[in-house]
Design a protein around this ligand. Structure first.
Ligand code: ADP
Length: 490
């Protein structure tokens, strides 16, 4: 089979800039595709102010981007994804990108997010023209790249880019990018597209909807989420569009980057370990306690959390369950997260009340996130909705059975524990309530104290699971070929 040329456009790419799981995917799937022999190139904004980075080179030619009344100019930096030869092009245009926060400033979302990301889409395509590298497929992610397929179908349809197929991945349907129709003029997309069966929703441009209507094929990040978003309960108002495009939509589980997330090689840990020898994990637990100020209570299980603090993640359920959990169970908690101010306060307050038993680190720390995965006995993730979720997969591979709500990708990746049978990889519950979470934490706690053989089996089952990109990258390859074929016929 012939190799494909794949343009990958994302607002975040690990390790250059990361807000959530999208960055992990954008930093790792391209490597999986390159390993299958494809020519993948990644485009992402350059948000920093520092001019020079080791290993980065600026392209000689400036990039003209046809937006607004007059073209704008950008500088392009080229580097590669670490551990690979996959090129990453970072688009520098300070007026749009040089500011703290990828999506938000101190007062909420940046007011010009529509223009910023329309600029990214147009710049990515302009770069292809400049490099004389015409991809077979342009792969965009979430609302920020929703105008990419619209450009290909309208403004650029008559150019050499007009035959490029598009694939659009939904990582989180909740954020849709509502914008003033001015963004169409800015992107030079005809106003005739401002209609409900194209980019319009409720009198605004809906950039997510634009991507859903215009892309050749659609994917989302787990099979269960692919079903959920077609229903009124999970569709965030776009379920009719997703039912309409249902025949072009499939769910493919995200993989994890096992060169970064592997307890046998992870340099951020106090000690390394694998399924055959968990002594290193015990050292990681002791080190985590010391680092976070938890008491050295030889017996107690440590429950870890690493998450954005948002209602989607269900951590208000945890905050509500914790007072009773801390009172009744001999357990310890370490919580790392940032986001919602009310939740930050709730966890800080609980930490002050249960010093030595509950630690809350409000903020973002990649190092600590690895150490929590390794040093905990259980990982808590009570998400209300979870398109895929990566942290539960990291947890399983680190021998830390997750406690999750059975939704989206959590339902697809975690297997329910069966007592006394040595089966399962974690603990699932259904109802989004503090009560259900409280009971499930209790179930994990009793497993820890009363059924150590079962716990050992759970750990081993999770560590043996292959969550790497190998399989999913092949599924994406199939989708790309399916899209190329469909575009050829269009
Ligand atoms: P989402 O994309 O909804 O945030 P995922 O589980 O798919 O959820 O991905 C979250 C990613 O962000 C994981 O790699 C996780 O380790 C990381 N992460 C989230 N919060 C923090 C934090 N406070 N510090 C460090 N890493 C974090």
């Amino acid at each position: 089979m012939n190799a494909l040329k794949i343009l990958f456009v994302s607002p975040e790419v690990d390790p250059f800039v990361k807000v959530g799981g999208l960055a992990d995917m954008a930093g790792s799937l391209p490597k999986g595709l390159a390993a299958l022999g494809h020519d993948v190139r990644v485009v992402c904004p350059y948000y920093g102010l520092a001019r020079e980075r080791p290993g980065w080179t600026a392209l000689e030619e400036t990039l003209g981007v046809d937006v607004g009344p007059r073209a704008l100019w950008a500088r392009t930096w080229r580097t590669t994804l670490p551990g690979s030869r996959v090129p990453v092009y970072l688009i520098e245009h300070d007026a749009f990108f040089a500011r703290g926060g990828v999506y938000d400033g101190p007062w909420g979302p940046h007011g010009d997010n529509d223009l910023r990301f329309a600029f990214l889409c147009r710049a990515a395509l302009a770069l292809c023209q400049q490099l004389r590298w015409i991809p077979d497929v342009a792969h965009g992610h979430d609302w920020t790249t929703g105008l990419l397929p619209v450009l290909l179908n309208t403004t650029l349809r008559a150019t050499e880019l007009g035959r490029v197929a598009s694939v659009f991945t939904i990582h989180n349907l909740e954020h849709q990018g509502y914008a003033n129709p001015r963004v169409l003029d800015f992107a030079r997309i005809p106003r005739s597209e401002f209609r409900p069966d194209s980019v319009e929703s409720f009198g605004s441009v809906n950039m997510m909807k634009a991507g859903l209507y215009h892309s050749t094929k659609l994917t989302t990040v787990s099979p269960t989420y692919a079903r959920e978003i077609r229903t009124p309960e999970g569709g965030w108002g776009l379920d009719p569009v997703l039912r309409f495009r249902g025949g072009d939509l499939i769910g493919i589980l995200n993989g994890i980057d096992t060169t970064v997330w592997n307890p046998a090689t992870d340099r951020l840990l106090a000690a390394r370990y694998d399924e055959g020898d968990l002594r290193g994990k015990a050292l990681c637990k002791a080190a985590l306690r010391e680092e976070t100020g938890l008491a050295a209570d030889a017996d107690a299980p440590v429950f870890g959390v690493v998450s954005r603090l948002a209602s989607q993640k269900g951590l208000d359920l945890l905050a509500a369950a914790l007072p009773r959990v801390m009172e009744e169970m001999r357990v310890q908690f370490v919580i790392l997260g940032t986001g919602d101010a009310g939740l930050q306060d709730a966890f800080s307050g609980l930490a002050a009340r249960h010093r030595g038993r509950l630690a809350a680190r409000i903020g973002y720390s990649n190092e600590l996130s690895h150490r929590i995965q390794a040093g905990s006995d259980f990982f808590v993730m009570p998400s209300r909705a979870e398109p895929c979720g990566l942290t539960q997969m990291y947890a399983m591979n680190y021998g830390t059975p997750p406690i999750v709500r059975a939704t989206g990708g959590l339902a697809d990746t975690v297997e329910q524990y069966a007592e006394g049978k040595g089966l399962g990889t974690g603990f699932l519950f259904g109802e989004a309530s503090a009560r259900a979470l409280y009971y499930t934490i209790g179930w994990a706690c009793s497993t820890f104290y009363d059924r150590p053989a079962d716990l050992a089996a759970l750990r081993a089952n999770g560590m043996r699971k292959d969550f790497s990109w190998n399989r999913s990258a092949e599924r994406y390859e199939e989708v790309y070929r399916w899209a190329v074929e469909a575009r050829r016929r269009a």
